[in-house]
Design a protein. Structure first.
Length: 322
């Protein structure tokens, strides 16, 4: 009987060890994969969050930039990592909702191969014109575009990019015939708008805000549900009768699918604590970004809705990647 009791006690200890180890997550450094180069929007968000998350987790949070294929390479690293919580990453609208719908697809399924953690930031995508433009309002632009089919050029950062798809939403909503001129980067697109090489363009607010503030660009509308604090006098597309123009970039945290629940919960707690920190929120606002912090279920539903929305735009316009 004593031997049996001792064996049972030892078995109980063996069974308890994994649970104890999981409760102590993490016990070593955690890797935070960023699928873009240092200095880009995703990288800025990650490097703001990482130190605060490190303090919460009690282990180093190491930012690892894995560049390539418009963010797909880095997200694929996360999707294929061991689901133990020691690798998570940040994904953008491009890698999680747009690229999976383009012809080349992605080596991962964002709904099956990734576990949503939380939305990091929402980035407004206003439509702007150069300061020399005669268009004072969106209605002015639409009226002229309708009167002169094919005469207006809009700038983008390539087929299937957020600026391209946002412009396609506007074309469909207002019944416009405009010509796309593609550039290699948001910086080149901004320069083209400033020089009036293109008559309008969409881009992430952080890219455009310095020019809008300086008076060298004019914002006509934003795709957010409500007006944004940086542009209080700029109406939403919804206000102007174009609710179909619903374009905002975003960056959210994801982990490998089937990541251990305790580890996933710890990462989310650390991310939410960082996103709720007043100093970090202020810095994100300075970048023209709206801090997130929703639940995994809410973020998962958001990714699904974005996949459906952009998939419909891509299929309707037969868009193929460059």
């Amino acid at each position: 009987m004593k031997l049996r009791s001792l064996a049972a006690a030892l078995l109980g200890l063996v069974v308890a060890v994994p649970a104890f180890a999981q409760d102590r997550f993490p016990t070593r450094p955690v890797r935070f994969v960023v699928p873009f180069a240092a200095g880009g929007p995703s990288d800025i968000v990650a490097r703001l969050l990482a130190p605060h998350m490190q303090n919460t987790l009690g282990q180093p949070v190491v930012v690892d930039n894995r560049v390539g294929a418009g963010g797909v390479t880095g997200v694929d690293v996360v999707a294929k990592a061991a689901p133990d919580g020691y690798v998570f990453g940040i994904g953008s609208a491009g890698a999680l909702a747009i690229s999976p719908n383009l012809g080349r697809g992605t080596p991962y399924n964002p709904l099956q191969d990734l576990a949503p953690v939380t939305l990091g930031v929402l980035v407004p995508e206003p439509v702007v014109v150069p300061a020399v433009s005669p268009y004072r309002t969106l209605q002015d632009l639409i009226a002229d575009a309708r009167a002169r089919p094919g005469a207006l050029n809009f700038g983008s950062t390539g087929n299937g990019s957020m600026p391209h798809l946002a412009a396609e939403q506007l074309r469909a909503s207002a019944g416009l015939d405009m010509v796309q001129i593609a550039y290699n980067s948001g910086g080149q697109l901004s320069t083209a708008i400033l020089r009036n090489e293109v008559q309008l363009g969409f881009a992430d607010l952080p890219v455009l805000l310095p020019h809008i503030s300086a008076g060298t660009m004019r914002a006509l509308a934003v795709g957010t549900p409500q007006r944004v604090s940086w542009l209080p006098d700029v109406p939403t597309f919804r206000e102007l009768g174009h609710p179909g123009v619903d374009a905002n970039n975003w960056h959210g945290l994801v982990a490998p699918a089937r990541t251990e629940p305790q580890a996933l919960a710890a990462i989310r707690r650390a991310a939410i604590a960082a996103l709720q920190d007043p100093e970090i929120r202020a810095k994100l606002n300075q970048q023209g970004a709206i801090p997130g912090g929703n639940s995994p279920e809410e973020f998962g539903a958001f990714i699904r809705s974005e996949l459906e929305k952009w998939g419909e735009v891509i299929r309707r316009n037969n868009i193929r990647a460059d």
